[in-house]
Design a protein around this ligand. Structure first.
Ligand code: ZN
Ligand code: ZN
Length: 267
């Protein structure tokens, strides 16, 4: 089985399109790419219902859409027999775990992705840039501390783009992943292998080979994704991801169904 478990529901013009018929071009693109099942994971901060969680302008400015409409769009596609899963890409906000849990509890998720896009009000992959504010060494250590806390929060089924902080190609010298890998190992959470990094300045899959090795050695399941915002990005450069996973003896992928996880053989 091949899945793509991280994508954003958009129309052909890359505009947010939370209606069930906008799902179908993604399903068609999945078939063409040899992907058996896809999961939609809209950004949690796009929804009016989550407004109280955010303090960063990038997020507060985007709380424009109805979470119920998004959920209905994907659930209707699921009920029409399309091979789609209902997920959400959820920004982890330290200290707001209970509120996050309560807000999301009423919905029939297949899985929730945990993401760290902001640390202490600064953007990991956007403005105002964490890297510029605190420097590369500090940015890396704060980012991975927050990622470890996201894993430990128990809010999420899978960690998105786990070393996102490398996005611009700036790397901490001799960074040791052992501490964060250990925290992730203790939770048993799934971890994404994401080809999105290949489309960014770093031009490398998330996570790096060294980090992936620790994750796999610890026994955490692997989730596979492209983080597509357009249908042509679905399954983006999966050959590279499959090669990387094969190099690390990954033979199974995490598959989610109403918050239950199982492993399926790759292929
Ligand atoms: Zn993301
Ligand atoms: Zn995303």
């Amino acid at each position: 089985m091949i899945v793509d478990y991280h994508m954003h529901l958009r129309n052909g013009s890359e505009e947010v399109a939370h209606d069930t018929w906008s799902v179908d071009p993604f399903v068609a693109a999945a078939r063409a790419a040899g992907v058996d099942e896809i999961g939609f994971t809209e950004h949690v901060y796009y929804f009016t219902q989550t407004r109280s969680l955010w303090t960063v302008p990038y997020q507060t400015e985007r709380c424009l859409y109805d979470l119920d409409a998004y959920v209905d769009a994907v659930v209707q596609a699921r009920e029409r027999g399309q091979p789609v899963k209902l997920g959400l890409e959820v920004d982890y906000v330290p200290g707001r775990e209970d509120e996050t849990r309560k807000l999301l509890a009423p919905y029939p998720w297949d899985y929730l992705l945990g993401s760290v896009h902001f640390v202490d009000g600064f953007g990991v992959d956007g403005e105002p840039k964490l890297l510029d504010e605190v420097g590369v060494e500090e940015a890396w250590s704060r980012y991975f501390e927050t990622l470890a806390a996201a894993a430990r929060s128990g809010l999420f089924d899978s960690l998105s783009h786990p070393d996102l902080v490398k996005i611009f190609g700036e790397r901490a010298a001799a960074f040791d992943y052992a501490e964060v890998a250990d925290a992730i190992a203790q939770t048993g959470i799934a971890v994404e292998v994401s080809t999105a990094g290949l489309r960014k300045p770093v031009e490398e899959i998330y996570p790096s080979s060294a980090f992936l090795e620790m994750i796999v050695d610890a026994g955490n399941p692997i989730a596979l994704s492209s983080d597509a915002h357009t249908t042509d990005q679905l399954g983006y450069r999966y050959d590279d991801a499959l090669r990387l996973m094969a190099d690390h003896s990954v033979t199974e992928l995490a598959v989610f169904d109403r918050l239950e996880r199982r492993l399926e053989a790759i292929g």
